[in-house]
Design a protein around this ligand. Sequence first.
Ligand code: TRP
Length: 465
Amino acid sequence: MVQRETWATRTGFILAAVGSAVGLGNIWRFPFVTGEGGGAAFLLVYLLFVALIGFPAILAEFVVGRKTERNPVGALMELGGSAWKYVGGVFVLTGFVILSFYSVVAGWFIRYFLEGFRGSYGSLLAGYEGAAAEAELPEAAVMFGDVSTGLDAFVFHTLFMAVTIGVVALGIRRGIELAVKVMVPAIIVLLVGMAIWVATLPEASAGYSYYLSPEFGVIADNWATLLPAAAGQAFFTLSLGMGVMITYASYLGEDRNLTRDGTAIIGFDTGIAFLTGLVVFPVFFSAGMTEPGDGGPGAIFVSMTEAFATIGGGHVLGLLFFGTVSIAALSSAISLLEVVTAYVIDEKGVDRWKAALGMGGIIYLLGVPVTYDLIFLDLLDGFADGILLVFGALMLVILVGWIAPKVAVEELEKGIGNLGGLGQAWIWAIRVPILLVLVITLYLGVEGYVGFLTGDFADWISANL
Ligand code: TRP
């Protein structure tokens, strides 16, 4: 057997994992689900979820990948037996569903980036003045409504998917590592700069208190919706629950300290999401939008274009921001298509080009309805985050906690040394409390999704068909 390829540089793995984790989940999804969840209450539940469940779960994916040195489906079967191929099938399906809408949203970022070459963001918004007055909405909200669906959205979805397929088909890993190396620091510098500027806005303090001071009563009253929403966001943003981290860890040397790498990845990812919130909410309140939940999937676009239209140098900052996020989205999209493609290559023996093009093509088609109406965004996103990712994480927890705990602890200890009681603490945390929380979350997620199907979605169908 050929020696399996490992990461070329010590930082290669971290870069690829951070590149996968940091993406639209942090910049686009985090602020709007936080808004919908009521702000600070959501933030707190989300942070707890990341620390108490995301961290043990990412370690579980790491050990499974590094131990088996295989693609997610093969890895699950090696540790769990052949029935686990169905769980692997769910992983692949999850990749399909997520990437389909992800590509449409990434297309919006590319569009906003390219718009910046036609004029400043201020002059762009001025073009929406009349329509905005009529609709009694900020110009930026009207602009988002205009570009987020229809032919424009379709074209940019096509463009983004074509690039993603191209990169995966060519197997360009090196280019991506380099891009991540530049992009992550760039995003952090940009967001920190924006956060400082935003603090000078007139209604900044209203934004901060909405985002940062949780009312515990709100959490107690809403836990049944907060829990699945926070869980879905945590798994989505960390790229957990569908085998991306299994895949990346399968190329990893045994000398790596997995807890340290996991902490770094989670730290970057969570930090970037948190910073995004620090920018978005003060802008929202200062623009007179006091119900941040109403922003929906447009929240980041509305608040950022508002900001770039007012701020000195906003034109350049805007180009930088939308451009960088587009690249961040690409590095995440690649990880999604890579898992699906690698599986088809391994299992069906087709070559890389055919696999990437075939799978990417189907995913592309699945995303097209989203460019027609945003109800399809809820349909796909809700299924993936509310159900599929939580299910994937639950299966992983069962595998590591109950089926192969000994192997898992031994694997975790490689590169760290004897963990003593800590290894056992990890296993027991996974086995009982985390497993229970995931079962409850999955139940609530299914319930919420069925509610959507029979409610909003059924209404939409009867109104439109
Ligand atoms: N984590 C990425 C983001 O926040 C999205 C992503 C990439 C993902 N790979 C994934 C989500 C695997 C879930 C599973 O944008």
